[in-house]
Structures are given as structure tokens and as C-alpha cells.
Design a protein around this ligand. Structure first.
Ligand code: SAM
Ligand code: SF4
Length: 345
């Protein structure tokens, strides 16, 4: 099943014609940049109620984040996703987004947001060159939404979703994390909401990132297979072949514009086709979501702020430590203590 080249003679490379390649022969052309670890929500699966955020001097400045984006695009990365924390609550974030949107070689600029700022920012984001956005939405019931996000207001997010639809992005996808006994009864309601707006929806299995105090994660896992069965009771869906989908598998709802994605990091291992890396807002280049392999880019950005070539060389070298796969819920592997807001979802 695996198509990964494990030939040890393959070296990570920076030949611009080939782009970034790791030790296992995987092309890395997609980077997720976290713009902040902070958030105006406290989703129960993502954060604990009391969170300590990073002090200002430990986070990359907007200029430093821009340099990281520039280095990656010069190494052949053509797709960048901005995330967090909540990326849109960072001060002056629109100026950074505009600058990144103009980087040569960038084909797609994507954003993941909780939607709280979209009523105000959807239009400017589209103008800044953001092509596609993912908006997290786990419930359509105001009380449940409040329970799941602890501080979020459903009305504000729904307004944001509708403003984004009107702004004309290439595509919009809702992201719903399904928790057993919490929002699993809303799977169809969420799908029908997406269908009503002609947008896509992805159901996400909860990942064991960070020690949370709200629930035992293993009790709330709701597999995407179950989600699919529930949908099939009501709607015909057929698989679509999308080679760039990464960990998502997509289905078309027959007779509708809506596509349904299933993101199954727990029940399906998608590592063999992994084409992405992440940079946390501390400047840690994370080679894998489910491992701690990383390289510190911040020190380098601060010691030699003008040396973009060294930054690029460091990124290339880091490809050597991109692991073959992650091991969630494997007793022999250490638990990941990093929260999703630190990782950059
Ligand atoms: N704040 C933005 C948002 O909520 O869309 C962007 C960052 S958030 C960390 C990115 C995505 O990760 C969201 O769709 C969220 O639902 C998802 N997420 C957070 N913690 C998760 C977890 N433990 N398992 C699976 N998905 C998670
Ligand atoms: Fe904030 Fe997004 Fe995490 Fe929710 S999932 S707490 S909105 S970063």
C-alpha cells in the first residue's frame, strides 16, 4: 500500500526544479504557518480552560513570519495555510496576509479560522488574495456551541460564514470536530446547513494533542466511518478522487454543490502521502503533527535576520528529520503534550 520511497540514498534536496523532498521521497509543497497561539475561543478539544500563552518576545514578529513564508516559497512551496490559535485576532494581521498573498510562486493562500472576525474581515481577506477558507463550526445550537467553545457566540460565527460566502472565495469548508455524546446528533444538521449555502464540510476525528481537562478523549472519539454511515442513511454520496486532499477523503453529495470531507488522523494513517510541514508561532519548524521532531528557526531569524539563504538551508536540512509516520494512541510512543493551538491546526 505504501508508495513511499525509503531508499536511504535519497537526500533531502533543494533543487528548485524539484522542490523540497524528504528522506522518504515525499515532496513538501505545503506549509501551515501559525500566526498566534492565542484565541478568543477555548474549544474543549483544543484547549484547557486555563491556558498560559506565550510571552511576546517568544513569538515571531510579523516580519519574521513573512521571511519564513518567503523562504518556503523560494524553496518551491506553492501553498500556504495561515492558522493558529485564531489567526485573525493577531494585531495588524491583514498587512502580513496582504504581503504573503503577493509572494511570487505562491499558487494558493488558505486560512483556517473560527469565524469570529469574518463579518469584518471576509471581504479584505478575499482582496488580499486568500483563495480558500476553512471555518470551524461544531454546532448550530447556540447553547451547545457555547459549551463546546466555552466563549464563542454562534450568531457571530454564522454571520461570519454568510459574509464569507458573499465575498466569493474559491471555496469555503466548514470544519466540524465530532465528539461522541456531545455533537454527534448534529452531523446531518451541519451537512444541511452547508448544503443550504452551497459550501463544503469536513468532519474531523478528535486528535490526542495536549492534556485537556474537559473529557477523556478516548471516550469521545467518533470515527468518520460512523459519520459516513449516518450520512448515507439520508443522502447519496460518492467518492471523488482528489490527489491534493492530504489527510482528507472527499465525497460529492449527489445533486448538490457540497462536498463532504472526512479527516481521519486516528482511524486512518495518511502519512505516506504527507506533503506538508508546519511552523509554530515560536518559529519551530514541525515536521509532523504527531511527533516532536522540529527545528528552531527563531534563533536563526534573530541572529542573522538578513540571511535568507541560511534560513533556506536550515529548512532543507530539516527535511532529513521528517518522520515516516505518526503514532497517535500508541502506548510505546510518548504522548504529545503540545496543544493544537500551539501546533497550528
Ligand atoms: N482557530 C482556528 C479554528 O478553530 O479554525 C484555527 C486553528 S484550529 C487549531 C484548526 C482546526 O483544528 C479547527 O478546525 C479545530 O476544530 C481543529 N482542532 C483543534 N483541536 C483539535 C483536536 N484535538 N483534534 C482534532 N481537531 C482539532
Ligand atoms: Fe481557538 Fe481554533 Fe482551538 Fe477553538 S480550535 S480554541 S477556535 S484555536
Amino acid at each position: 500500500m505504501s508508495d513511499i520511497t525509503t531508499d536511504p540514498t535519497i537526500d533531502s534536496t533543494t533543487d528548485p526544479a524539484i522542490g523540497l523532498i524528504d528522506k522518504h521521497g515525499r515532496h513538501i509543497d505545503y506549509v501551515r504557518l501559525s500566526l498566534t497561539d492565542r484565541c478568543d475561543f477555548r474549544c474543549v478539544y483544543c484547549m484547557s480552560e486555563e491556558m498560559t500563552f506565550l510571552p511576546r518576545n517568544q513569538i515571531l514578529s510579523l516580519e519574521e513570519i513573512y521571511k519564513v513564508a518567503q523562504a518556503f516559497t523560494e524553496l518551491g512551496v506553492n501553498k500556504i495555510r495561515l492558522t493558529g490559535g485564531e489567526p485573525l485576532i493577531r494585531n495588524n494581521v491583514m498587512s502580513l496576509i496582504k504581503d504573503i498573498g503577493q509572494l511570487p510562486g505562491l499558487d494558493e493562500l488558505l486560512l483556517t479560522t473560527n469565524g469570529s472576525q469574518l463579518e469584518k474581515l471576509a471581504g479584505p481577506l478575499r482582496e488580499a488574495g486568500v483563495n480558500r477558507i476553512n471555518i470551524s463550526l461544531d454546532s448550530l445550537n447556540a447553547e451547545k456551541f457555547k459549551t463546546m467553545t466555552r466563549t464563542g457566540k454562534l450568531k457571530q460565527v454564522l454571520k461570519g460564514v454568510e459574509t464569507a460566502v458573499a465575498a466569493g472565495f474559491d471555496s469555503i469548508r466548514l470544519n466540524a470536530v465530532v465528539l461522541r455524546g456531545v455533537n454527534d446528533h448534529e452531523i446531518i444538521d451541519l451537512l444541511e446547513y452547508a448544503m443550504g449555502l452551497g459550501i463544503n464540510i469536513a468532519y474531523i476525528e478528535e486528535m490526542p494533542l495536549g492534556n485537556i481537562n474537559d473529557h477523556e478523549r478516548q471516550d469521545t472519539v467518533f470515527s468518520n466511518e460512523e459519520v459516513k454511515e449516518l450520512i448515507l442513511e439520508r443522502y447519496a454520496i460518492s467518492p471523488i478522487d482528489m490527489s491534493t486532499a492530504g489527510p482528507s477523503r472527499y465525497y460529492q453529495v449527489e445533486g448538490q454543490r457540497t462536498k463532504v470531507g472526512f479527516i481521519s488522523p486516528v482511524s486512518h494513517n495518511f502519512c505516506e502521502s504527507c506533503n506538508r510541514v508546519r511552523v509554530t508561532v515560536e518559529g519551530r519548524l514541525l515536521l509532523c503533527l504527531g511527533n516532536e521532531y522540529s527545528t528552531d528557526l527563531r534563533q536563526l531569524l534573530r541572529d542573522q535576520p538578513e540571511n535568507i539563504e541560511l534560513l533556506k538551508q536550515t529548512i532543507v536540512k530539516s527535511m532529513d528529520i521528517k518522520p515516516l509516520r505518526h503514532y497517535f494512541y500508541d502506548e510505546e510512543q510518548p504522548q504529545i503534550v503540545r496543544f493544537m493551538n500551539m501546533t497550528g491546526g
